[in-house]
Ligand binder design. Sequence first.
Ligand code: G6P
Length: 605
Amino acid sequence: MCGIIGILGKHEVSPQILDGLKRLEYRGYDSAGIATINSGKLDLRRAVGKLINLSDIMVHAPLPGRSGIGHTRWATHGGPSVANAHPHRAGRVAVVHNGIIENFRALRAELTSAGAEFGSETDTETIVQLASQYLEQGMTPVEAARSTLKRLEGAFAVAFLFEGEEDLIICARRGSPLCIGHGAGEMYLGSDAMALAEMTDRITYLEEGDWAVLSRGGALIFDAEDKQTNRPMTRINVENTRVDKSGHKHFMAKEMAEQPGVLQAAMGYYSGREHDSLELPQGLDFARADRLIMVACGTAFYACQVAKYWFEKYAGLPVELDIASEFRYREPVLGPANLALFVSQSGETADTLAALRHVKPHVAQVISVVNVPTSSIARESDIALPIHAGPEIGVASTKAFTAQLQVLAILALRAGLQRGTLSPKAFAERLFELRAVPGFVAQALDREEEIKRLSEVLSQARDVLFLGRGMMYPLALEGALKLKDISYIHAEAYAAGELKHGPIALIDKDLPVIVFAPHDGLFEKTVSNMQEVMARQGKVLLISDAKGLAEAGEVPFRLAMPTVPDFIAPIVYAVPAQLIAYHTALHRGTDVDQPRNLAKSVTVE
Ligand code: G6P
């Protein structure tokens, strides 16, 4: 989390840095700041809260200069305050940083006893104090930065700016992403290529452990052993990085509305020439696997939880599912015939990436399903399958979730075919169903007005319970997560059959209970659990299809969904889960795209 940008420009850089930070604001918005060098002098501006506060400050106190660095923060060490905001400065150095310096306490103690005075509670300030101390000892900026980097432990990306150096930014990547942009007589630096999209389409991704010395003439890149190295320059598709709301009130609204198109595109991307065939990367081998290990965080984890049902049902492949932050620390048993599958929108989530690195030497193949094809997770996988959802800016993941499901469903079908558990006929039938998803998702989106009305009731609630069975259980979990994320209403999800083992004690007339129950093989059982809730005056909202609603009898609130095949139901039922959270949040007046305390890309453990 936290976004970094740096520019060595031909013109004033502050407006460009602000623009770049706007594109990085999804990484955190607790505070923001910019430092520049103007006529050799280092100066900075910082503000708490959203970027707009920094823009306001800079209207009255502009920050001239053609070299600069900027930062948008998600607080880790030290609360959101001006003192804790980046850039941090000590003497002639300013630093912006993303990640965590794990040995900062020891460094801080050492620096304090050497006379350094700290002005913040951050781990970052140790970087800048160290670099300043090295400069005072007579080192050049490059030596000071290199010596500083050697002292740091943890996962981070960092950029240094030095007073008196108009043509120099030094940056380093260890665990957190960082890329360099090439312009005509200008150089840029950003946490992701999207931040630089308005400036250049020529990008060099730094590798793990790299550090680089930037000047307007280019970049000198060094690897973890300080050997000068070359990293390839790639051209990114700037079209794919466009980030506007296209007339929608929020990015989340735009991204939900985009789903039929996104799912169609993802399907098209993996479709073969024949209507009943798939085109997937060579070497994807499910046939010899004895186990599939799936690891992810947040919404991506719930996509994996749905996919577990698919892989087990259609491919007979045992699936082990783990939350990334738990995975490596429980000493999982790994084997040479295991496949590992990582799912991540950003492709940069620190825990997921660490889990990938943990399994890679021990398993047959590492596969990833990502939205950002240039991300660390994609690049470190043996096979990366992009979901082609385009930039997702709203912190609450929507189109990435349904596109992840679509791609995971494709993989499960391929696995079924390869393992002989799906006949070619059954494979073709399921594929046919999958092709219908965009149309059904469009129909589900058409229920928005009704959901808006239902959400008004929910917005009054203090707690909400979500229930589902089978593949609707992870959907219930996703619905509860979305509601918490953006409306700040406490929500919990339970497997409907588990209700009577505890949470039923919570039921009273004030507790809305949302039940996901398409008319499938588990419908009767879910409806029985729903009756148990209604018998205790719980306020049920049943989300089902025409047959389900007809058979369920009297229910306080109901939402009709299109009738869809069981296989694809979780993708279609994701839409009401999203819309309920969105409209409940609107009724409550919360910040839908940038909910408090959250960040889109979680690059710290
Ligand atoms: C954050 C985001 C979630 C996301 C999760 C995993 O918590 O707010 O929307 O699901 O990270 O992110 P990833 O990029 O790995 O899918």
